[in-house]
Structures are given as structure tokens and as C-alpha cells.
Design a binder for this molecule. Structure first.
Ligand code: F0G
Length: 412
């Protein structure tokens, strides 16, 4: 069906109902489930032939032919994407595996993967003529939206769970000029509240139930394939909170495979914290509906989420890819965070250390073939959450301004 003139439309993930991309809606009008952007493959093939997209520099907008805009769109950008895919040889040795990479999304402009979704989502907000944007957030969505809203001259409203957001993220959101509101409740409460508020009118919602967010985030999967020499990895290990990102990666890998750009698909491993693991539970018990976790608890505040909106799509990605779901404890997370920083020079926030913690656990249990090409997604920078990092470290040794104390201290 051709609704937008570019052969793209929203399609309900459950009943398949379709809508125009300029329709302002975040769920299917018929059945209430979430929406995906669906492309006519022939249109994508035509766009690919018509452009030299492979020659463009790495980054979200390199892949504009696969994004839901006309090709001449002027994006609102801060230079997002194009992040490093770092081979981790010292960790390979430590873990006894053949090939391990970390996709370091902390290299994005506001320090997390959210910038990929926000450059696309806020570009759409501007195209639709909105003056105000809103989200609920555990912190990174907040800081990213606040930055892009500032750059686009939009008013930005942010709801965070009171007392449960890492210091760096709070500082960012406030500095970018957003109206930051601390809700006396958890993330799930805040998201529910935002959902009710946007029904009242003229505010654009930029949580990951907005399909444009997913479109931007899928470009990380494209980049990984390209960085591996136009090949999909054997396995992708990724933290899961509200489950938008695992959904986005899977969509990206599937699109590249179905267009013949890469052969094969990775097995998707979704990782949650033990105290906030409703998807792991649903997947491993084969439940047909999610049982929300009413009191999520973990030091990884980014993924402290009990009722993830994208749960159905996460489970589908894990199942269809032949992957698995696993949870890790706070101690394992902190240990992995230190290991990644001290062995490879990659400092991530706690939630972003969950893939490495999961990898260690899976290797120990013999559930992963050590010969695989494995990519762990490091979703956010370590400086986002300095308090947790410092809690687990020794304070620096103080010395006098003399050479003798320096020598003694170095040898101690
Ligand atoms: N890692 C980090 C650093 C995050 O900030 C988040 C989510 C995730 C992983 C999980 O991604 O929700 O797509 O499964 N943070 C959201 C926020 C919820 O509000 O910043 P997801």
C-alpha cells in the first residue's frame, strides 16, 4: 500500500493494520499493540541503486535510504552513530574465546545509544510541526532528548523516577534546559503517566514505543555488519530494559539480510538484571503474557524496569534468532564493569556491563561456542554514573610534593 508517496507505512505488530507515517499515533487504533515502520522492499532496492550510500562516512544518516524520510531530508543531528566496534583481544585471552567485539555506544554525542533514535525521532517531531517533546526515562533517554530538543528549539519535558537516576544523566538533562520532573514512583509509573498526558494534545512522545526511535537505533546493527566487513556477527549480547533496543537491532539485522546486504543473522542474547528480569522470566518459562515485576531492584538504574513495553518484540527477536535470555546479579555486573575498563580501556555504566557479565556466565555454563564471533553492546558511557563506579574503588593515595613520597607511593 502506498500512503506516504515513498512506499513506507506504520504496521501493527499484532493485527497488521496499517497507517500513514504522518499519523500521530503510538499504538494500533484497532488492537492497541505497537507499530513498526514497514518498507516496501522494492522501494528500498530502488533507493539503494539510486545512491552511493556505501561510500558515505559511518553514522546514522549514512543509512538514510533505509530510514522513513524522503532522501533529501535535512536531519537534526549532533553527529550520532559511527561508534567504534572494538576487538577485545585481552578479554578474548582471559575468557578463552576466539573473537570478541564491543560496540561502544558511549561514543555517541550524549554518551549513549539513545542519540541514534533521537536524531531520527526529533527530526520527525520537527517535520510534524511539534513545539514540545516529552519522555519518561531512567536517565539516558532524558539526556538525549533534552540535547536534541535544545538543538531543534523545542520545549522538552522529562519525567524521571525520583531518586533513581544516575548523577551524570540528571546533570545533562538539566544543563540542556529541559523541564525535569521527578515522579514519586518508578520508571513504569512515569511512563504510564506520560502516556496519559500525551493523549491530551500537542506534545510528541519520544519513548521507544515511538517507531521512529526504533528506526534510528537499528542503524547500530547496520554499522556492526559493515564494520565486520559486511557480515553479521554470530551472536549479539545486549542489555534489555524497556526492550526497544533489542527490537531495533533485530529489525536492522533482518532488513540487511532480507535485502541481501549480509548473509545470516546473529543469535540475540537479551540480558536483564536479576532484580528486574520480567522478560527473562517470561522467555524461560514460556509464558504467553508478561508478568510485570512490581518492584524492580538493581544498581543498573538504566534498566531498572518492571513492565517493559516492547516485551513481545524482544521475546520474538530472541526466539526467532535462536538466542537466549539471561539475568545477571549486581555483583557480576560490577565485576564485569571493572574488567572491561581495566582490560580494554572501555568504561561503561553498570547496565552496559551486563552483556560481558552474561558472556562470562554463559561460557562457564558451556552455553556458548568459544569459536563464535561475539558482539557485546556497550550502551552507555561510564561517566554517566560516577557514584556507582567510585563506590567500588579505592580512593587515590595522597602524597606530599616531594620525590621521595612519590617513589614510595609508586612502589607501594
Ligand atoms: N542501556 C542503557 C545505558 C540504557 O539507558 C537503557 C535504557 C538500556 C540499556 C535498555 O534499553 O530500554 O531499549 O531495552 N534506558 C531507557 C532510558 C529506559 O530511559 O534511558 P531498552
Amino acid at each position: 500500500m502506498m500512503r506516504t508517496g515513498v512506499n513506507m507505512e506504520f504496521r501493527c505488530i499484532q493485527c497488521g493494520d496499517t497507517y500513514a507515517l504522518d499519523d500521530i499515533l503510538y499504538a494500533c487504533r484497532r488492537c492497541g499493540d505497537l507499530l513498526d515502520v514497514h518498507y516496501d522492499p522494492q522501494e528500498l532496492e530502488r533507493r539503494m541503486v539510486d545512491t552511493d550510500w556505501k561510500a558515505r562516512p559511518l553514522g546514522v544518516w549514512k543509512y538514510s535510504v533505509f530510514l522513513p524520510f524522503p532522501e533529501d531530508i535535512e536531519p537534526l543531528s549532533l553527529g550520532e552513530g559511527g561508534t567504534g566496534l572494538h576487538r577485545c583481544r585481552r578479554l578474548e585471552k582471559e575468557l578463552g574465546i576466539h573473537s570478541l567485539y564491543v560496540k561502544n555506544e558511549g561514543e555517541n554525542p550524549t554518551g549513549s545509544f539513545k542519540d541514534r533514535g533521537m536524531t531520527v525521532g526529533v527530526t520527525k517531531a520537527l517535520q510534524l510541526g511539534f513545539k514540545t517533546v516529552i519522555c519518561a526515562s531512567t536517565g539516558n533517554t532524558a539526556s538525549s532528548l533534552a540535547a536534541y530538543a535544545a538543538r531543534g528549539g523545542l520545549k522538552c519535558i522529562i519525567l524521571v523516577p525520583a531518586g533513581n537516576i544516575a548523577l551524570g544523566k540528571l546533570a545533562q538533562a538539566i544543563m540542556y534546559g529541559a523541564k525535569v520532573l521527578a515522579v514519586r514512583g518508578n520508571f513504569d509509573d512515569a511512563l504510564g503517566l506520560v502516556g496519559r498526558y500525551v493523549e491530551e494534545g500537542d506534545v510528541y512522545l519520544l519513548n521507544s514505543l515511538n517507531p521512529f526511535r526504533i528506526e534510528g537505533q537499528k542503524t547500530a546493527a547496520f554499522e556492526i555488519c559493515e564494520q565486520l566487513g559486511w557480515k553479521a556477527p554470530d551472536r549479539l549480547i545486549i542489555p534489555v530494559g524497556n526492550a526497544g533496543n533489542i527490537t531495533a537491532y533485530w529489525k536492522g539485522f533482518m532488513e540487511f539480510q532480507s535485502l541481501g546486504i549480509v548473509q545470516g543473522l546473529p543469535k540475540m542474547v537479551g540480558v536483564q538484571s536479576e532484580g528486574a528480569a520480567p522478560i527473562v522470566k517470561a522467555y524461560n518459562l514460556g509464558l504467553s503474557v508478561l508478568e510485570p515485576e512490581p518492584n524492580p531492584e538493581t544498581i543498573a538504574t538504566a534498566i531498572k524496569i518492571g513492565n517493559p513495553v516492547n516485551w513481545r518484540r524482544a521475546i520474538q527477536a530472541i526466539r526467532d534468532s535462536g538466542g537466549l535470555a539471561i539475568s545477571v546479579g549486581d555483583e557480576e555486573i560490577l565485576e564485569a564493569q571493572k574488567l572491561l575498563a581495566s582490560k580494554e580501556g572501555i568504561f561503561v555504566e553498570p547496565s552496559s556491563a551486563t552483556p560481558l557479565a552474561a558472556l562470562k556466565k554463559l561460557l562457564k555454563a558451556g552455553r556458548i561456542d568459544p569459536e563464535e564471533t561475539i558482539v557485546c553492546v556497550a550502551t552507555g558511557h561510564g561517566l554517566k554514573d560516577p557514584e556507582i563506579a567510585l563506590k567500588g574503588c579505592k580512593a587515590p593515595l595522597e602524597i606530599d610534593v616531594d620525590l621521595d613520597s612519590l617513589r614510595k607511593a609508586v612502589e607501594a
